[in-house]
Ligand binder design. Structure first.
Ligand SMILES: C[S@@+](CC[C@H](N)C(=O)[O-])C[C@H]1O[C@@H](n2cnc3c(N)ncnc32)[C@H](O)[C@@H]1O
Length: 218
């Protein structure tokens, strides 16, 4: 969705996608990426995700990008940190401890911002975007990010039951979007309907969460 949609969601506190704990995929799968500790993990569309705190607790530094300043402030508050702010072009950058979060549009990030990253962790980015923007995002990942492994957590469901966001991104669609640039391994594919009461209320009867390891094709 476009920026005003997300800005308003954060203003209204309509953030059903936010989880109160780090995602289980990190404990199960992150080690498979072989990312050196102390290096920087890039978290696109980071919201106020506690996954960023998981990375910090496990010895990483975190670079995030997020449209909503409310989300970023809430994240630093949740970590008991008072960030410093600076500007860079259209972005405001807040830093504290192991975190640097750029407030603004992912698609406007300068390439240099990502030059030092050693991995990408992407939960719920593709599902946040309607089909045309999914293509822009996949193209952006393919052409504007360095050659680092990516852990992707995505969702799929019967689109006849519910309108996005979150949009349904079944495995063939993930392969269509990313398969040309990345080798994709499915690390897990789990029925998560029970843990998503909100989605059941919206009409879903089944919800599948898939975790992928994406490595750039040589
Ligand atoms: C579905 S939420 C996922 C948040 C986070 N990854 C998590 O797991 O909680 C999508 C987030 O992306 C942000 N967002 C959407 N479009 C964006 C863009 N173009 N640039 C930066 N952030 C964006 C929204 O404000 C929202 O916080």
């Amino acid at each position: 969705m476009e920026a005003p949609f997300w800005i308003e969601r954060w203003q209204k506190g309509d953030i059903g996608f936010h989880r109160d704990a780090a995602h289980g995929a990190l404990g199960c799968h992150w080690g498979k990426l072989g990312v050196p500790q102390s290096s920087v993990v890039f978290v696109p569309l980071c919201g106020k995700s506690l996954d960023m705190a998981w990375f910090a607790a496990n010895g990483y530094r975190v670079l995030g990008v997020e449209l909503s300043p409310l989300a970023i402030d809430a994240f630093f508050d949740s970590q008991g940190l008072k960030p410093e702010s600076r500007s860079s072009g259209p972005f405001t950058i807040r830093t504290a401890g192991p975190y640097e979060i750029w407030c603004g549009d992912l698609f406007a990030l300068p390439r240099e911002a990502l030059s030092g990253i050693s991995a990408i962790y992407d939960r719920a980015s593709l599902v946040a975007l309607p089909p045309r923007m999914q293509e822009s995002y996949a193209d952006w990942l393919s052409t504007k990010t360095p050659d680092v492994p990516i852990l992707i957590v995505s969702l799929a469901y019967d689109e006849a039951e519910m309108n996005g966001p979150p949009f349904s991104i079944p495995q063939p669609r993930v392969r269509q979007l990313l398969g040309q640039s990345f080798e994709l391994d499915v690390l897990s594919d789990t029925d998560v309907m029970e843990a998503n009461a909100g989605m059941r209320k919206r009409g879903l009867t089944a919800l599948q969460e898939t975790v992928y390891l994406a490595r750039r094709r040589k």
